[in-house]
Design a protein around this ligand. Sequence first.
Ligand code: ADP
Ligand code: MG
Length: 330
Amino acid sequence: MRTPGEFDLIERIRRRVVARGDVVLGIGDDAALLAVPADRQLVIAMDTLNAGVHFPHDTRAADIGWKALAVNLSDLAAMGAEPAWCTLSLSLPEADDAWLDAFLDGFSELAAMHHVALVGGDTTRGPLSICVTVHGFVEPGRALRRDGAQAGDDVWVSGTLGDAAASLALRGIGSVNAPRDVSPEVAAALAVRLDRPAPRIALGRALAGLATACIDVSDGLLADAGHISHASGVALAIDIDALPASDTLRDVFEGEARRRLQAAGGDDYELCFTAPADATERVKTLAREIGVGVARVGRVGVGAGVVASTSDGRAWSIARTGFDHFMPSA
Ligand code: ADP
Ligand code: MG
C-alpha cells in the first residue's frame, strides 16, 4: 500500500468538513477567508492535546478527534459564545490514513453537532499532538468572563463532576486509589466522560448576559474556581458535599476518594459560574429547558481565594487543587 503524502491527508480532511455560508474560502488556499458578522465580537480559543499528557497513549483515534474539538468548544461555552469555525494543526508520527479517518469520525461528529466548519490547519510529522483553534461569536458586552463575580452571588456547577478523573483512577492514573472489583459496564460509563466530554455550548449561550462570571472546569473545580476568585477579586466558599456526582461515581467511590475526584480531578468540561441570588429561578429554568443539570455549590464573598468545607461545616483542603503542567505531581 502506498503511504499517503501530506496533500492526500489534507484532501481526506477537506472531504469531511461541515459547510457554512460564512466560509468564503476554506481549506486549500494559503489562508481561510471568513465573513465575520458586523454586530458580533469574535471569540477565539486554542487548546493542544499531547499524547501521554492529555490522553493515554492507547486512546482510540475517534475519541482523540472528539476530545480535541470538545475541549476547545468548552472554552467557547465558558465565554457564552456561539461556535462557527475551527482550524486544526496535526502532528503525526506517520502518515496513517486509517488513523486519520478514525480521528475524523470523532472530530466530524462533534463538529456537525455544533455546526463548526474546519477552515484550515497544518499537517506535520512529529510526536502525536493535536492543536485546535475555535472561533465563535458573542453579542458585544454579553461574553461570560472570569472577572465579574460579586460578593453575594451564588456559585453553580453544571452536570456532574469527577467521572473523568474516576476513569483515570481506574487505569491507575492520579493519586486516588480505585477499587478492584469494578464492572466493565461501570468502567465504560466513566470512560465516556473522559473520552467524549460534552461541551456545554447551549448552557453557555443561555447564561450570556445573566451569569456574572464563568469558567469551564478542565483542571479541577477548586483550581478553576480559584481563577474566578483571582480575576474577580472575591472569595469563593465551596460546599464540597454539594458537588453534583453521577450515580456511577457514587456507586464506585465514596468519602474522601470521591471528594478528591470531584474537587480536583479535572477533565470534567462542565461550567462553573456565578450568578446573583435573585437569578436562581431563571438559572434553574433555563437549565431545565436545555436539559442539563445545574447545582448550587457555594457563595461568593468579600476577600480572596477559595475555601472548601464539608456539609457539616468542617474545613476541607487538598494539597493539589488541580492540574498544572509545570508543577511536580503531589
Ligand atoms: P501552506 O504551505 O501555504 O502553509 P499547507 O500546505 O500547510 O499550506 O496547507 C494547504 C491547505 O490545507 C491550507 O488551506 C491549510 O489551511 C490546509 N490544511 C493543512 N493541514 C490541515 C489540517 N490538518 N486541517 C485542516 N486544514 C489543513
Ligand atoms: Mg502550512
